[in-house]
Design a binder for this molecule. Structure first.
Ligand code: AMP
Ligand code: MG
Length: 405
């Protein structure tokens, strides 16, 4: 099998991952999802003229010769209707967010006043409109506040609530099943018999799936047994929108994932020109209702499996969920100690620690051992430096780094 460029593998995957359906959800359940409609305001925001500060609502003309004394004729708090009017020579005590009383056209902040009995001494002159927030100055009825494709984060959820939008059409969150394969794997903290290791890929991938904004589904730790692997994939296809497996896609005698996927699905086995994560199997299974369920057969080595997820599965899953920019942020970082490598025809993804020091100037250094089994270094890393084929980066040189967080 010839080595193929990462771009070719990604394109193969992207062509076979179908967008998730659109569903209507309560606005409170929308955080993290992508909007599938245009949201148009039907209300003004703010809904009424109100004060931006605590102070006194006045007629601005009265403050012209400040200091001046005005008669305090009432108080209006946030939440009150405030229909008492302000006449010439008068002021109404007013709290942030309270409606502007009729007649008043400016607010003097409390810091610029001194109360004296039933009068207030105003120390500065204000112009008409001072400290006033006009109805509709943020949003007008008919404004598109959010466009299709908007990622619903805190501010987006906030504006939807401030306009009374109770439900929105979003791209459904993908349910992503995760299984690990290997006779050597032990689940939990049971003592290890000779030759055994603990299953770390399944928990790591379940966490990665959740971080990507998908719903993780645990499909278990499966032995190197053809029938057991097939059963796990079929269960996943029936209940999930995508499946991730780890292990069983290399050249070993019991690398059965690719055997099973070849038999029950439409599978392509790839050797990608990257390090780590060279072997990769990608298949499509038929799920309930004939749905196409993509299966990512990730390599077993713990670092490979996470890097393979990052490069191949994560962007595809997020594109399925409607993300317009499904990839990680990539920055240019200075490798002060260099990031050396040997030419081998592959692009290397080196686990690095990135600091923004000073802010805006990214510096990257190796996170430690770069073996595909060395999860210890990956656990220190917050970036993957992309080193094209060649000798790498000399000390002080620059590298592109994918930020992992
Ligand atoms: P495989 O691709 O199945 O040949 O596995 C490659 C390497 O990754 C072997 O050293 C496995 O023991 C290790 N490995 C496979 N699956 C896991 C897992 N779930 N957790 C930790 N290590 C694993
Ligand atoms: Mg294995």
């Amino acid at each position: 099998v010839p080595l193929i460029p990462l771009e070719e593998a990604c394109a193969h995957v992207a062509e076979r991952c179908v967008p998730m359906p659109v569903e209507r959800v309560p606005t409170s359940a929308a955080p993290g999802l992508v909007l599938a409609e245009s949201v148009v305001a039907s209300e003004h925001l703010p809904p009424f003229d109100n004060t931006a500060v605590d102070g006194f609502a006045v007629q601005a003309a009265d403050t012209a010769g400040a200091p001046v004394r005005l008669k305090v004729v009432g108080t209006v708090l946030a939440g009150q209707a405030g229909d008492r009017a302000v006449g010439a020579g008068e002021a109404i005590r007013i709290m942030t967010g309270a409606p502007m009383p009729p007649g008043a056209d400016a607010v003097v902040m409390v810091e610029d006043t001194r109360v004296d009995g039933d009068e207030v001494e105003v120390h500065t002159s204000v112009s008409s409109g001072a400290a006033l927030r006009r109805a509709g100055e943020d949003v007008q009825p008919g404004d598109e506040v959010l466009a299709p494709g908007a990622l619903l984060g805190p501010a987006q959820v906030g504006i939807l609530h401030s306009l009374g939008v109770r439900a929105v059409d979003v791209v459904r969150r993908a349910r992503v099943g995760v299984l690990s394969t290997g006779d050597e794997l032990v689940v939990g903290d049971a003592p290890l018999a000779p030759g055994q290791i603990r299953d770390s890929n399944r928990p790591a991938l379940l966490a990665a799936v959740a971080e990507a904004g998908c719903e993780p589904v645990d499909l278990g730790c499966i032995p190197d047994d053809d029938a057991a692997i097939e059963a796990a994939f079929r269960e996943g296809a029936a209940s999930c929108d995508a499946i991730l497996s780890s292990g069983g896609v290399s050249m070993g005698d019991v690398d059965l994932v690719k055997v099973v996927l070849d038999r029950i699905g439409d599978m392509r086995w790839m050797q990608i020109a990257i390090k780590p994560a060279k072997p990769f199997a990608f298949g499509v299974l038929r799920g309930g209702g004939g749905r196409a369920v993509p299966v990512f057969g990730l390599p077993g080595n713990p670092v490979s499996s996470l890097v393979s997820f990052e490069l191949l599965a994560r962007p595809a899953l997020r594109a399925m969920m409607g993300h317009l920019a499904p990839g990680r942020t990539v920055v240019t970082a200075i490798a002060e100690d260099g990031l050396r490598r040997r030419a081998d025809g592959k692009t290397h993804f080196v686990r690095v620690v990135v600091d923004a020091n000073p802010p805006g100037r990214f510096v990257a250094r190796s996170a430690g051992g770069q073996g595909s089994h060395q999860l210890g270094a990956m656990a220190q890393a917050n970036g993957l430096a992309v080193l094209p084929d060649g000798d790498g980066v000399e000390p002080g040189g620059a590298a592109l780094v994918m930020l992992l967080s």
